[in-house]
Design a binder for this molecule. Structure first.
Ligand SMILES: [Zn+2]
Length: 100
């Protein structure tokens, strides 16, 4: 199956797509995703069997669009999110933020 970029509608196989996830925000339960083609950055929430596209609203993020990915699973850890699909696992680390 192929997963689309919500901005440019390029389609990626799961490995290419999840490798482009690069920052897990545990507090908001979002991963940052930067499209390898168009460079658009989105905030995603990995859900059971779906990817949710989140938009800021009233100081929080609400998932408004979903793309179904049957078999998608997530496992929240302290400093990373593990995303699994079939027998593959992608690990998205939490980037440490410096308070300035
Ligand atoms: Zn794109």
């Amino acid at each position: 199956m192929l997963i689309p970029c919500f901005a440019c509608e390029s389609r990626f196989d799961p490995d290419e797509y999840f490798l482009a996830c690069h920052d897990y925000n545990r507090g908001m339960d979002l991963v940052a995703w930067t499209c390898p083609r168009c460079g658009n950055r989105d905030d995603l929430r990995v859900l059971p069997d779906a990817i949710g596209l989140a938009y800021p609203r009233r100081g929080r993020f609400d998932v408004q669009d979903r793309f179904r990915v049957p078999g998608l699973r997530r496992h929240r850890l302290d400093m990373r999110l593990d995303i699994s699909l079939d027998k593959e696992i992608w690990r998205v680390p939490t980037r440490l933020r410096q308070l300035t």
